[in-house]
Write a protein that binds this ligand. Structure first.
Ligand SMILES: [Zn+2]
Length: 349
């Protein structure tokens, strides 16, 4: 019966049947038994990465997990895993000791207010420790992170097209059709890479140009649709045991900015959070976090800034001997618990 899960479902009907089989196995506990058996073979520490819980549709797939699915996922994790605080997870990795089976840690990036309003009560209900990585500019200035401002501009505009002439960008001189949701999403996907690669001041100029060409104010902000955490909220969560980590000041790709700016992003964000929380900020999550967004030099800067470890978005589980400044994570999608459990079990196979 277990074999069935691993057979690729090629047809739509096959997919539906597979989902049904997964659901059945999940509710009878068979899936957990399967996952546990596999886990015994290659122990690894999985660190889950969430962003928004129950957030607005402007965030797009892969960023927002619904409250219902998050609650279901957490219930499954609490039942099947030992959910450990990030500091003990990192201590285990550093010690080189074997990773105990069934160990998992939970993290959130980007500092959405729903992390406090929706996720925090659920974390408390299940006694689940978590770490949250917050960029300090949204925290202190109340401005949303730029990548969500971009999405908001493309959603809010009445314009039917966007004209840009950016010779350096992969799309060069382009007219983006904005007449439906899918096309708007495609425009976001094309606009994000050149913005990621730009220095912060240049990026703001590009965002202002996009806003202007869309007939919107340069400072259009999704604060109402996707509000960010407040100082008071992170203080409260920190006092309750949530590990608050740095996600830099302005959320740049650290490998694209100058060495001086990268060092400033790492040290200033740490200092700001430490003065707010009155405790040492030990962990960093690299913005975007892919292998192209940080490098050995950035790792060294993070070490010099006084962090104990830095988390990437490189997909995988961690073993003893893992690089503490390129810790791997598993991004979580808006999946019902049965699908979530299945995807997770594959990482331990
Ligand atoms: Zn981020």
């Amino acid at each position: 019966m277990m074999k069935k899960f691993l057979t690729p479902a090629k047809t739509r009907r096959g997919m539906a049947a597979q989902r049904l089989a997964l659901k059945a196995a999940y509710y009878t506990g068979a899936l957990h038994a399967y996952g546990a058996a596999k886990r015994g073979k290659i122990p690894g520490l999985a660190i889950l990465m969430y962003h928004s819980i129950g957030g607005s549709e402007i965030l797009g797939p892969g960023i927002a997990v619904s409250e219902k699915n998050f609650a279901g996922q957490l219930e499954y994790l609490a039942r099947s895993f030992d959910i450990v605080p990030l500091d003990s997870a990192v201590a285990t990795l550093r010690s080189g000791a074997p990773i105990p089976n069934n160990t998992i840690a939970i993290t959130f990036d980007d500092g959405f207010r729903d992390n406090y309003e929706t996720a925090f009560p659920l974390l408390k209900r299940y006694g689940a420790p978590a770490a949250m990585f917050v960029a300090t500019q949204p925290l202190t200035d109340g401005i949303s992170l730029w990548q969500y401002r971009l999405r908001f501009l493309l959603k809010k505009t009445q314009a039917r097209e966007l004209r840009l002439n950016w010779p350096d960008a992969a799309f060069g001189r382009a007219v983006f059709n904005l007449t439906n949701k899918r096309k708007r999403r495609r425009a976001v996907d094309a606009l994000e890479p050149p913005l990621i690669a730009a220095a912060p001041s240049e990026r703001e100029r590009m965002l202002a140009e996009i806003a202007h060409n869309l007939g919107l104010e340069a400072d259009s902000d999704p604060a109402d649709e996707a509000p960010t955490l407040t100082v008071e909220q992170i203080k409260q969560m920190s006092a309750a045991g949530v590990e608050i980590g740095s996600h830099t000041v302005t959320h740049p790709a650290l490998s694209s900015v100058s060495r001086t700016d990268a060092a400033e992003e790492l040290t200033a964000s740490k200092k700001t959070l430490e003065s707010i929380l009155n405790r040492r900020v030990r962990f960093l999550a690299y913005p975007f976090g892919g292998p192209q967004h940080f490098n050995h030099e950035i790792e060294e800067l993070a070490r010099a800034a006084g962090y104990d470890a830095a988390l990437s978005t490189i997909r995988g589980v961690n073993g003893s001997g893992s690089d503490l400044f390129a810790v791997k994570r598993l991004g979580v999608f808006d999946d019902p618990p049965a699908i979530f459990a299945f995807k997770l079990s594959r990482w331990f196979a």
